[in-house]
Design a binder for this molecule. Structure first.
Ligand code: CP
Length: 309
């Protein structure tokens, strides 16, 4: 594949290959040898029009550890703030000689639009409420390593599904890899049309977190994205934490060793308590660590066989 815009761009064989390479990269990451020469001479631009801590820095580290030249451009510090269009911005950057653009943008479909304008490979690092494919890959990779496989495992995704690109990419990838996925949200944060979508794609939906937790093999809490809620937040933060937060009491309901995940950034005290975020069963930092390995794998597979720009 030239681009990674959606998890739908990947076959299950592609995912297996990406995970195998990520495991090798993870081993590199753990040992003294930190740098591989695989992408020497390649240029990777991180073009972020929305804020990021994990995705942007892990793509930068991933590129650097593969010996690519990596540069970060953000919306705030670029000429986009003077009114330059997205198309002019990416054409300008690519005219300098770029092999890959890693793009985060607030508009759903932005990465796909960019892929039609440039010769460089484009990686979607989050587009609006649409998709975040490398997050889903690193989540599935973390779960696969921890559980020993996903086939038949009950993975419960909980949170603000309406605004979550992580949910959209995860539900597509996890179901494809054989997980038994259940998504939980209050009715006001369930996306429109989810009943038909769930029936077509083979996942379950629920409004009742307490009914779902006792039989979960893994629980992934998703962030309440107040910045995307123009019409206010209903339920209130307090109501949400009481009914949908992974509190200390709910943590105790999980079977022994059931892992807790969160893609970050976490709203502690809202969707996840400090007890859950910092529990021995929390994989939150394993996800971050896997993010570097998985993004190394993605960049390697997109660029290693290609002629430099
Ligand atoms: N999970 C995630 O995308 O985090 P950042 O917004 O910090 O990149």
């Amino acid at each position: 594949n030239k681009h990674l815009l959606s998890v739908d761009d990947l076959s299950t064989d592609d995912v297996a290959e990406l995970f195998a390479t990520a495991t090798e990269m993870h081993d590199v990451q753990r040992r003294a040898v930190k740098k591989l020469p695989a992408l020497r001479g390649r240029t990777v631009i991180n073009l972020f029009f929305e804020d990021s801590t994990r995705t942007r820095s892990s793509f930068e580290i991933a590129g650097k550890w593969l010996s690519a030249d990596t540069i970060n451009i953000t919306g705030k510090g670029s000429s986009a703030s003077k009114g330059e269009s997205l198309r002019d911005t990416v054409l300008t950057i690519c005219a300098m000689g770029v092999d890959a653009l890693v793009v985060r943008h607030g508009a759903s479909g932005a990465a796909r639009a960019i892929s039609g304008w440039v010769d460089a490979s484009v990686v979607n690092a989050g587009d609006g409420t649409h998709e975040h494919p490398t997050q889903a890959l690193l989540d599935a990779y973390t779960l696969t390593r921890h559980l020993g496989g996903l086939e038949g495992r009950r993975v419960v995704l909980v949170g603000d599904l309406t605004h979550s690109r992580v949910f959209r990419s995860n539900v597509a990838l996890l179901t494809r890899l054989g997980a038994d996925v259940c998504v939980v949200a209050p009715p006001t944060l369930m996306p429109a049309g989810i009943t038909a979508w769930a029936a077509a794609d083979g996942f379950a939906t629920s409004w009742d977190l307490d009914a779902e937790l006792p039989r979960a093999d893994a629980v992934m809490m998703l962030r309440v994205q107040r910045e995307r809620m123009s019409g206010g937040f209903f339920p209130t933060a307090r109501e949400y934490a009481v009914s949908y937060g992974l509190t200390r009491d709910r943590l105790a309901v999980l079977r022994d060793g059931v892992p807790v995940l969160h893609p970050g950034p976490m709203n502690r005290g809202l969707e996840i308590s400090a007890d859950a975020a910092d529990a021995a069963s929390s994989l939150v930092l394993d996800q971050v660590s896997a993010g570097v390995a998985v993004r190394m794998s993605v960049l390697y597979h997109l660029l290693a066989g290609e002629e430099p720009a």
